[in-house]
Design a protein around this ligand. Sequence first.
Ligand code: NOJ
Ligand code: CA
Length: 721
Amino acid sequence: MKSFKLLILLLFMITWSHAQVIYSPSQQIRVKFALNGNGEPTYEVSYKKRQVIKSSKLGLELNGANQLNSQFTITKIDSTQHDSTWEPVWGEVKSIRNHYNELTVTLLQKATDRSIIIRFRLFNDGVGFRYEFPKQKTLQHMIVKEELTQFALAGDHKTFWIPGDYETNEYVYSTSELSEISPTLRSASADEISTRAVIANGVQTPLMMKSADGLYINIHEAALVNYSAMHLVLDKQQLVLNAHLVPDARGNKAYLQTPASTPWRTVLVSDKATDLIASKTILNLNEPTAIENTSWIKPTKYVGIWWEMHVGTGTWNYSDESNLPLKGTKWNELKPNGRHAANTQNTKRYIDFAAQHGFDGVLIEGWNVGWEDWFGNWKEDVFDFVTPYPDFNVKELQQYAASKNVKLIMHHETSGSVTNYERRMDEAYTFMKEHGYDAVKTGYVGRIVPRGEYHDGQWMVNHYNRVAEKTAQYKIMLDAHEPVRPTGLHRTYPNWLASEAARGNEFNAWSIGNPPEHETILPFTRLMGGPMDYTPGIFEIKMDYYVTQRPFNNQSPNGFQVHTTLAKQLALYVTMYSPLQMAADLPEAYEKRMDAFQFIKDIAVDWDDTKILEAEPGDYLTIARKAKGKNEWFIGSISDENSRTARAILNFLEPKKKYVATLYLDAANAHWKDNPMAYSIRSVLVDNTTQLNLTIAPGGGAAICIKEASAADLKTYKRYK
Ligand code: NOJ
Ligand code: CA
């Protein structure tokens, strides 16, 4: 007996010194941690016995030739299991299971007497790991020069990528083999007012890949707090992705004080694309919220004074003067340009429209002084966030909105001048609360002040998180435009309803826009980290429509358009998950097509359940969601530039019940380019045995609203065939 125990101990010590193996609760994902000959930490990941990440190095480089990546010995190993369930304040599902096996490896670098911990969590759909730095005399302050984490891929996968850029994520996705990525190298010079800073061979996360043998692999991070964003640089020979942290003005990557930890690095993997986008692992790796009372946080459907500026029929600015200082300008004495959209009368029109059609909020952009000279100047004093233009009556609108039971949504465009915003935040939020606003859309267009900082660096990451925290203190909900891409922090800050952080629908108004496949890729990339304020619902698809109404743009058609059919714009309310959804088009565009608008009026923004029915990145997506607290389901199905037949088996409906399904479909001859606004609507009876076959046009979609049938409905509608 004794010798048996000794043998076990001996075996354990041998494995300990060489390798540690841990499995996901399902046993299908396996991570092997090992120190190689030089005491370098390494890990590898496999899924159902197939390699996902080959042996890859771990570690960090600190300033002063200080490496935390070798000469380590293992001093302690712990493994634990966790299985709990929690309820998000809002979400795609009512409750979330947090189920993982954890391995914690404590490492000592003898020569420097420094100790670090590498913690792995294995879920059934992926792996998270991070570095932790306990408080210790030999490691108090850290300047991170680079993180040395590697992801050595097992093949030259099909990859959906955007260039690794410190400043922006608003790109069209490219699809290629990994070895074929070709980000255009473009570094803004020190004094250039540009928002591009692309790294050679760099790509951004969430990075979505598909292996030749059908594995879906996604690399990203969770809980980006007090650190800079991780981009990835490809070693094309080895097919190794190397972490590349966004630098600050001095070239440093992060400043930490122990105890500290990095964000989680995540590798999600599945042989089913549908399971990959249903993953809650990134959310689970974030901290629970500390906000005790969350009753003021409300998923929101809104309209706004917004699209008219993007299509060019209205302006954010009040006058056509330029180079006006924020202080000293007598705004009352300026000559109005006659096209300023955020005026009291127009705002009332939107409030009326919102009230009439059951929207929660109205966003108003261009209400505050400073827009004459807001863009591309890299100047410090741009907006003060409390002074309205002379034609925007804050008090009157507060009363008017309240009388119609509609909430006004504040807009804080900082134009990248973040020091200015930081100084004025408290005053701005106090102003909001005094005037009945409890949601804010922030914006960071242009280069950052402090000059030399990047949108995705540690300084800005801390800023975005500070805004989330401070708005929470004021009981204000947040929608951030142009921030770093999300990493699941909405678990910690549920008042942070959505972010932009990708190329939104707005690009279709004034540029070559977003190709038809764009919305089939975003759920596998950007949306893995959190909800997006994509602003769907554009009905007037071709921008040439506005040419004659554009008083100041050139009068010739530009050919810009939304690259979807109208029915696909409806489907996006289901496929692009967000608790904050805009009906982005002009009221007059909806008034002309009230039958199709009904779907946007009906759609829920909070859900009990979500079923990903079909999915293939870059090609198609069909999702069904059950409205929170109601026996109502909504289905959205979208296609790329190809037509297809989508299938939705309604076996999730309650048995023995009859429902009315209203189908908003592409018309038979619809096409995103040739005939985008042709749709058809019909209502039919369905039950849990129904299989819907939906014909989707090229660049098209289908949107379906399913409600329990009344006795009258049973007589009125026919069974689906
Ligand atoms: C870019 C944002 O994405 C857009 O929504 C906003 O209207 C403009 N900036 C102006 O702030
Ligand atoms: Ca495609």
